[in-house]
Ligand binder design. Sequence first.
Ligand code: SF4
Length: 263
Amino acid sequence: MGLSDKLHDLILNFNNIYGHKVMSTKEFNLDLLANEYNNRSPAAVIKLAFEEFKNVAISFSGAEDVILIDLAIKINPNVKVFSLDTGRLHAETYRFIEQVRTHYNIQLELLSPDTIALQDLVRSKGLYSFYKDGHKECCNIRKVVPLRRRLSSLDAWITGQRKDQSPSTRNMVTVIEKDAAFSNKDKTIYKFNPLANWTSADVWEYISSNKIPFNTLHEQGYSSIGCEPCTRPVLPNQHEREGRWWWEESTQKECGLHPPDNK
Ligand code: SF4
């Protein structure tokens, strides 16, 4: 650790002890830190997010990204966690979200879609329009808009994205990145992906050795878990993303939260 880093840590500790706002006291140097933390542990990446930003939260999908909460709570017991409640999740996922809330004794914020926009969509196109004209419109209303609203009050968010989740849309994920999809000319939002370099095997090794709760859908053949109408189990030789929006082309299998052109 260099002298300036030590000074930075000292100032952060002073601020913590004396109740000042925990804010970055130096410019967030994305390129430098992304490079420096590329091979660091997920816990180190999460710690960095808390040190650098006051307004940072974990986005929990209700799946194996529960690891983020398990790691973060040991660093910051008051970590903010939110989930997108699309209204179309599996019953198992709702139960799992509730299990996580009680297991970690956290306030888990559920983000709902805008009622008027949702009613308009369902009135004009019904409940399954995505099978006919693609998932983008429904995902935009149920996921992207609520996320954008929540991110407007954050400086950074922490996600469970991994490179190995999709060879066509996530192979360029880095541990820290500027969120080009949700930043605007007035505000830059950063995205921390502590699990970017972990494999699915790493994730399940952690879950098993730390005995942390997991979504029971994983025991029914689901690898990637999203909304009930748009997710199905995969066969042993299929890639996990093949269970999502299976009627669409592989390069389209993102819901707008992590667009590939964001990289
Ligand atoms: S995953 Fe399917 S149900 Fe869920 S928001 Fe997207 S299109 Fe709608």
